[in-house]
Design a binder for this molecule. Structure first.
Ligand code: FMN
Length: 377
């Protein structure tokens, strides 16, 4: 594990900046953790692990973006059990080998001044598929596929196998799996945990009325559909210390008539805020129903982050085609979100934060090894 415990909240490399700095480069403090700026690398599946264990790919991918200046570096969806993985090549966190491999990555991220975050997930009925570049379709048992689980025995599409409807014992087991992964994440040195409640994966499957057809206390009313998520939050918070922040990523709408709506999501966020256990909502959308109609454009999901922040009284992260320093600055300056979460742009350009710092005239963001490149931006 880490020689210098990053969970102590001490980090000599963090820079205290004057308050007239651009909003994007002001530190963000949640509980006992301060990120050096408001840029978070979005969770991005890399489908490059073996047996759920991180390797040099993950070190270089996540490490490069720490060097590149992002404040928070989040892992890809990291799954709580073998059957919870999207593909056989996804990251997992249910054993010591997986924990120790991630600890190496965490150490590097921390050494370069960024805050390490982990997204903890279970893919539910969308598990057991091939990687995108191998077709992305459901895997048969002969191809190494496995039995999937969901709130109800309804497949994602006709092409997917029918998931097994989870019993209450299954729900209790998966809840304990989330808590176990959180305990291992703490041991690995992560300072932020994010629960994946979006994109049609298991926690979202329970929230969405298009997926959840249960007639017990986990289905029906919004309160019932949110029960599993709230139980997972409580179980994870019991393992995740009080001084460390907990994020929840939500799909704020299913983009389908009759699906989870933005109004319902605000209600769920009020429930999450009332627990006192959750510190930030990462406001995404879609993924539960293949009929969804989305027209992405720069900042298209920002209205969800803005509404949740205002109406549920909880910090939010905005995500989705936020690709320019000006748009990021506008969102933060107008109090529409507290954090800017960036996926594909940071994938294409790991040094985007350093360049944004130069464009916004923020000094001291470049790592010393790269300082001679700064005037060239
Ligand atoms: C290759 C790829 C992998 C992704 N993997 C994840 C993931 O593991 N967990 C997740 O919540 N979202 C995942 N996403 C969604 C991103 O986190 C992000 O929400 C989305 O790309 C929109 O942000 P952007 O426009 O800045 O890319 C993924 C997106 C891409 C393109």
């Amino acid at each position: 594990m880490n020689a210098a415990n990053p969970n102590s909240g001490e980090d000599a490399r963090r820079v205290q900046r004057p308050s007239n700095d651009p909003f994007l480069f002001r530190p963000l403090t949640l509980r006992g953790v301060t990120a050096r700026n408001r840029i978070m690398l979005a969770p991005l599946c890399e489908y490059s692990a073996t047996d759920g264990v991180a390797n040099d790919w993950h070190l270089v991918h996540l490490g490069a973006r720490a060097i590149g200046g992002a404040g928070i570096i989040c892992t890809e969806a990291t799954h709580v059990s073998p059957e919870g993985r999207i593909t056989p090549h996804c990251l997992g966190l249910w054993n010591a080998a997986q924990r120790d491999a991630l600890a190496r990555v965490v150490d590097f991220i921390v050494a370069h001044g960024a805050t390490p975050a982990i997204q903890i997930s279970h893919a539910g009925r969308k598990a057991s598929v091939a990687r995108p570049w191998e077709g992305g379709g459901p895997l048969s048992p002969e191809q190494g596929g496995w039995q999937t689980f969901g709130p109800s025995a309804r497949p994602f599409t006709q092409a997917y196998p029918t998931p097994q409807a989870m019993t209450k014992a299954d729900i209790a087991r998966v809840t304990a799996d989330f808590a176990h992964s959180a305990r291992l994440a703490l041991q690995a040195g992560f300072q932020i945990a994010e629960l994946h409640g979006a994109h049609g994966y298991l926690l979202h499957q329970f929230l969405s009325p298009l997926v959840n057809e249960r007639e017990d206390e986990y289905g029906g009313s919004l309160e019932n559909r949110a029960r599993f998520l709230l139980e997972v939050v409580a179980a994870v918070r019991a393992e995740w210390p009080k001084h460390l922040p907990l994020f929840v990523r939500l799909s704020c709408t299913d983009w389908v008539e009759g699906g989870l709506s933005a109004d319902e999501t605000v209600e769920v966020c009020r429930m999450l805020a009332a627990t006192g256990d959750v510190d930030l909502i990462d406001a995404s959308s879609g993924g539960a129903d293949p009929r969804q109609k989305i027209r992405p454009s720069p900042g298209y999901q920002v209205p969800f982050a803005e509404r949740i922040r205002r109406e549920a009284g909880i910090a939010t992260g905005a995500v989705g085609m936020i690709n320019t320093p000006d748009l990021a600055e506008e969102i933060l300056a107008n109090g529409r979100a507290d954090l800017i979460i960036m996926g594909r742009k940071l994938m294409a350009d790991p040094h985007w934060p350093l360049k944004a710092a130069a464009a916004l005239h923020v000094a001291g963001a470049w790592v010393p090894q790269y300082e001679r490149a700064a005037p060239m931006v």
